[in-house]
Design a protein around this ligand. Sequence first.
Ligand code: PEP
Ligand code: MN
Length: 344
Amino acid sequence: MMMVVMHKGASVAEIGNVIREVEARGFKARPSHGAGQTVIGVMGAVEALSLEGLPALPGVEEITPITRSFKLVNREFQPESTVVRVNGIEVGGREVVVMAGPCSVESREIQFSAARAVGDAGARIMRGGAYKPRSSPYSFMGLGEEGLKILQEAKRETGLAVVTEVMSAELVPLVARYADILQIGARNMQNYNLLEAVGRSRTPVLLKRGLMSTVEELLLSAEYILSNGNHQVILCERGIRTFEKATRNTLDISAIPVIKQCSHLPVIVDPSHATGNPAYIPAVAKAAVAAGADGLIIEVHPDPERALCDGDQSMLPADFARLMDELRPVATAVGRTMAPSFSA
Ligand code: PEP
Ligand code: MN
């Protein structure tokens, strides 16, 4: 991919003219309009020769290649950070946005109780899987569409937006009818059919890092989604497999500054799946916010011992509320804000 960098003052007509010239040569043009400057991505295996004449067009400042493997998600292509807008909430802006709730949607009662509790504590988005990727085929697989309906009702009740996982390409239209954010689970990070399907959707996507995936592979998976037309992508560091057994996974805290430097996409952290232990979640969550995470996704259950999924890593609502109070000064210290607590 090549980038046609336009002059700061390039007119709409000049930009349109360059796009027409690029398309006339058989390439796809992807304009990115940043603050005062437009960059036009020329997609595909483009050689300098095929763009001959373009540098001389009015409004063109320079033409440079993006040498790294990931292009549209690259900060070179779009210097301004992407802000993903969900239900009036901005992920990737100044606010640290917290998503919380049970691992899976289990019942109306549990989802409502968890949603009210996390919303009162300052979470903006509720989580809960209706379709669960389980390591064992004998485990609880989720309630399916019934679970999606419960999420919708809990949203109506609490005003919290909904993030929920979609496991297969065929289910994207159905899940997108209920979800404000489509979650791609760690096990599906390299399910390219699924990535293309959510890329064709206009619903924001939460893309979790694979269990054994590098940051570059995560960014290339995001590239599938953007190159199919959906630019509303949030990345999630949720821990990777290492030799260490004291925690469920090993949180790669440095993934946050690494991603921030080379991509414009927002990045959040999942301290629940990273540690697998509610005792470690507060320390890790605070570290994530201090390191520049744009948000957190945390498992909270009113009765973890009876949870059908991931109960042993779920926080109690009261512990979650305390954590939220501890996170606010950390957010302030790094120049961020957080929603207030609404509890008495
Ligand atoms: C989850 O969010 O409940 C989940 C299954 O996470 P991951 O895909 O990161 O394992
Ligand atoms: Mn879980």
